[in-house]
Design a protein around this ligand. Sequence first.
Ligand code: NAP
Length: 302
Amino acid sequence: MASSDRRGVRHISICAHACSRQSNPKKEMISMNKTNPGVALVTGASSGIGRATAIALQSAGFRVFGTSRRAAAKNSDGLTMLACDVTDDASVAKLVDDVLAETGRIDLLVNNAGMGLFGGAEESSLAQAQALFDVNVFGVLRVTNAVLPTMRRQGKGRIVNLSSVQGFIPAPYFALYASTKHAIEGYSESLDHELRPFGIRVALVEPAYTRTSFEDNLARPDQLLDIYDAARAGMNAVVRKAMEKGDSPEVVAKTILAAATDAVPRRRYAAGKMARQVSLLRRFVPASAFDKSLRKQNGLPV
Ligand SMILES: NC(=O)c1ccc[n+]([C@@H]2O[C@H](COP(=O)([O-])OP(=O)(O)OC[C@H]3O[C@@H](n4cnc5c(N)ncnc54)[C@H](OP(=O)(O)O)[C@@H]3O)[C@@H](O)[C@H]2O)c1
């Protein structure tokens, strides 16, 4: 239903009841206007980039629901935290039902939950690689597919997917992680074309090294091979150093906020100075020079 207030500000009030079969008819009406951009769902909001993003979105006026696998995660900083494991269909379905029961709508989905895996590509079992894809790729598909019927009904929605600079450059000793982010790049850009007719846009955010718990939470290969010990240790030192100098999660959160609120979103947003530089180099430096520079930067023999 549309109405105007005394200042002529147009409000679109959507009765939550009308939007969802699961919704509670007694609950509030969500009033959408410029100062209330709506309801945001941020996966992986217990720490790092997700946490900073949830706080930034809340400051920008969104009503924010964050997730963590830990059911006991505190509702702190004014955020509503809900339990969700993105690798579990039932958990994702319940998450979306719970948000809809509370608000009746979802205007923004930030697919942030993710994890890394550091080691030679050959050093992970297929099961370990599949487990990584289940979080970083199929987790994104699960949550997106669960939210899309609501966004289509609304005729409006924005999805921001966390990629990485490793989603568009090679990443030795992060090959499997980089593969998940390359997959997210292809998925997101293609999905954006499919969803435009429904008023839904998809954007990618590409951070470089960011100071979060990411490094502490990195999975390690489950079938180590001695042959890679020296190169892996060398890369580990490079990564540690780069992480120390990395961006703060707030820098990435600011970029995610832009991707979430730009009237016409770009397809991809490099987050932070380093990511912007890498993005430019990838586009404009000849492939052979880029290849050499990447090996040098990572301490690999050129
Ligand atoms: N830090 C970097 O250098 C960097 C660079 C580029 C891209 N990124 C991307 O940024 C995103 C956030 O990473 P971060 O750096 O903020 O790392 P982080 O501090 O380790 O946060 C990861 C978040 O993901 C959640 N998570 C992990 N597995 C999950 C699962 N199966 N189901 C639901 N939630 C899960 C965690 O929640 P719980 O543990 O509470 O469940 C946590 O909130 C990731 O997609 C990552 O790939 C990070």
